[in-house]
Design a protein around this ligand. Sequence first.
Ligand code: NDP
Length: 479
Amino acid sequence: MPVSFPAAGRWIAGSGPTLQTINPATGALTAELGTPTDTEVAVTCEAARQAAQHPAWRRMKPHQRAALLHRIADELARSGETLAQLQMVENGKSLKECRAQAASAAATFRYYAAVCETIEAATPPSRGEYVNFTLHQPYGVVAAITPWNSPLTMEAQKVAPALAAGNAVILKPSEITTLPALELARICERAGLPAGLLSVLPGHGRDVGAALINHSAIGMISFTGGTATGRMIAETAARRLIPAALELGGKSPHIIFADADLDAACASVLDGIFEGMGQSCVAGSRLFVQRGVHDAVIERLRVAAQTLRIGPPEAAETQLGPLASMAHRDRVESYVALARSEGGRIVAGGSRPDGLDCERGAYYLPTIIAGLSNAARVCREEIFGPVLCVIPFDDEADLVRQANDTVYGLACGIWSQDFRRAWRMAEAIEAGTVWINTYKQLSIAAPFGGFKESGLGREKGLTGLRLYQQVKSIYVATA
Ligand code: NDP
């Protein structure tokens, strides 16, 4: 009996084709899930439209909505271990990282509870005999579409602010990682979220995802995933004239100047690319090193990469689990083969590890490649795996030219002890997030999103709630 899903206020098995999720560490079947047909997607959308318009939800006071979000956060915190295990058996991330992401999901709901209760609207200066103020109202039904790399955090980052803003949400998780979204829906139900306000529709993006975003009830799309898919979603949104927030891919530069604290910089570079096996949108996948310290940095990284402990994700000592699927490992391997054919020198990794069952588990060694220019395909395309390309630079101008020579603009890390220089670089690099002498420091309170083809709109922070609302200007005559 396939796992059921919440649609239109009740849990159904769905009449669409069954979906299977696989544990990438063992190759074993994790779950068989029901999926909806187009008709069931449409019924869910209509029910969400009604749920969003119900006066009890529309008129709920901000402090009451905040109390509900706090109850969801409490339930999330209580279910942290279950959520972490569900994510781990579907995407293979280490249990330690999954636990941290479950905790961050609870914190996200708490943050948006606080924002929802305290955020204020504007009263623009009056230019006549009237008072003018702004009202922020929900779009109605939000379609949230998420990828497989960090479903716990991404889904909380969409569902919490969208509900805080007063919408109903229909979540379409990645076909690879569906169980965390279903558990989130159960948790919201236990916390008292009224029926129909959060539905989860498992299935393939091209079927269920496409049917969802094309339905007339959907008033806004919030998407995280690859740039090619994001472009298709944007085309649909443009045709339907509805807003779409797009968090897309990256090929982020991590930069080491010769005056940097090399110990700290190298440790951060390794975490920045290899944590989560490089399956992170902000992975620092292009390392630019000032020529004077280029060889020394490569040697440090080579030695340190070999000490990273790769193994079963549930083992306490494991730092790196498998990749999220066999198909994804094939893709990573084909990129490393491409790097070799482009003349790259494999400094570390470049193969599957010994001593692990790589026939059943999608394991791959953390890989460092030198000797390629920024023009090489592996330096231009998002690999989304544990592959770091090291590129030398001469001076600031050379660095800015190379670092910005990419279609992406998601993140950047700068290591230098000269604060003025770091600041100049932070201003010059085209990226939505810049870290100076740190990397992957993330906060739910800070806006997050991409420049260029890395996305449109900003999630998180106060703007992360406004993303799910439209503004109404009201004028009241005083004369
Ligand atoms: P995809 O773009 O392949 O898929 C993302 C989601 O979109 C999945 O749920 C997918 O469904 C769905 N989808 C696919 N096609 C359609 C369609 N035609 N209509 C509606 N939905 C569709 O990305 P991945 O899942 O492979 O995730 C990796 C990508 O995500 C990387 O490029 C990465 O950079 C990006 N990412 C960006 C982040 C950011 O914040 N900027 C954060 C994390 C990841 P299904 O898979 O079920 O077919």
